[in-house]
Write a protein that binds this ligand. Structure first.
Ligand code: SF4
Ligand code: MG
Length: 330
């Protein structure tokens, strides 16, 4: 059952002087109820932008986002309020995202206050219950964020998101700012909460190994495009897009028998600017398999195997034919 549909969504930022940052360009994917969809890519690839566009912090430049079957653009009145409650976000930096002048209780209860869900004793009970849910307790309620470690602050951020009983949580690099030893704890907490509450997650990260651990499916982004999307295991076993292959080749393999069997692919050059992205396939300036057609035409987003999507000319029959014709001409 689809809970979220993202259809050909673009988010461009106008920087003036005819400069347009194409932060997100033509992205389409669905999220199913109860799953975790991981989104990975280097910084600046548009993963936070798509997250913020989905939750309506940014307005999409083009395309459509549907949550529970309803377009999020024209939500009004009660439907708008419901959406604002049902979809919550956990932010990357638990240091910056908690107001330093508010007590933990007030931070966690912010959503309860905004949505008028609980007051007085009931509000207090709910805060204590939420603190326990994330592995903290009542004695933490009246303290301030600076008194907590990074991991504890992220737990507070999670409690704040859970306060209003959401169905869908966008976690934007929730563990990137934490010590490695703490990362697994926070991810395990998120997994436990998902099982208990039937939550759906969009989990944004740049670290592929942690994403595989938490995600049912993984989408790979490059320079504002979604380039591949598949079941996590399928993506690891059969990466199709040359960028995914390169990313995976950099992930350490825990199995000693496999050591050295996957060759490290080093990409040349840097990620180009999203202001004037390369024509055709945006990855072509760094792609070890680039062909002539890659500069001429934008590859189509296609389901090339059941539930395995990729946008690359290598997997498009028409493109291969054109490429052969190109070659015969020259
Ligand atoms: Fe490489 Fe061409 Fe595929 Fe782009 S479309 S990833 S340049 S082979
Ligand atoms: Mg980001």
């Amino acid at each position: 059952e689809k809970i979220l549909e993202v259809k050909k969504v673009k988010k461009h930022f106008n920087m003036g002087r005819n400069q347009v940052v194409q932060a997100v360009d033509n992205i389409s994917f669905d999220v199913y109820k109860g799953e975790t969809l991981g989104l990975v890519g280097e910084s600046g690839c548009g993963k936070s932008t798509i997250g913020r566009t989905i939750i309506n912090l940014y307005e999409a430049t083009d395309g459509e986002i549907r949550f529970k079957g309803q377009s999020t653009k024209d939500l009004k009145g009660k439907s708008r309020k419901d959406f604002n409650r049902e979809m919550q976000m956990i932010f990357q930096d638990p240091y910056a995202s908690l107001n330093p002048r508010m007590t933990v209780a007030d931070i966690i209860a912010e959503g309860l206050d905004i949505h008028g869900l609980a007051k007085g004793e009931k509000r207090r009970r709910r805060v204590v219950e939420l603190l326990k849910t994330v592995g903290l307790n009542e004695e933490h309620a009246d303290r301030f964020p600076h008194e907590f470690s990074g991991g504890q602050r992220q737990r507070i951020g999670i409690a704040r998101a859970l306060a209003v009983d959401p169905d869908f949580i966008i976690a934007d690099e929730p563990i990137s700012a934490l010590d490695v030893s703490i990362q697994a704890q926070v991810v395990n907490l998120m997994k436990k909460l998902q099982r208990e509450k039937g939550l759906t997650y969009l989990f944004i990260a740049h670290d592929l190994s942690m994403v595989k651990y938490i995600s049912d499916r993984i989408g790979v982004m490059y320079l504002g495009n979604l380039v591949e999307l598949a079941d996590s295991q399928e993506l690891y076993d059969n990466p199709l897009h040359p960028y995914t292959e390169a990313l995976l080749s950099a992930v350490p393999i825990p199995d000693p028998d496999m050591e050295g069997k996957r060759e490290r692919i080093i990409l040349k050059g840097d990620v180009p600017s999203p202001i004037n992205p390369p024509s055709g396939c945006r990855f072509r300036t760094r792609c070890p398999k680039a062909m002539d057609i890659c500069a001429q035409e934008v590859p189509t987003w296609q389901e090339v195997r059941p539930m395995h999507w990729v946008s690359c000319h290598l997997y498009q029959e028409e493109s291969i034919k054109k490429e052969e014709a190109n070659k015969n001409q020259s």
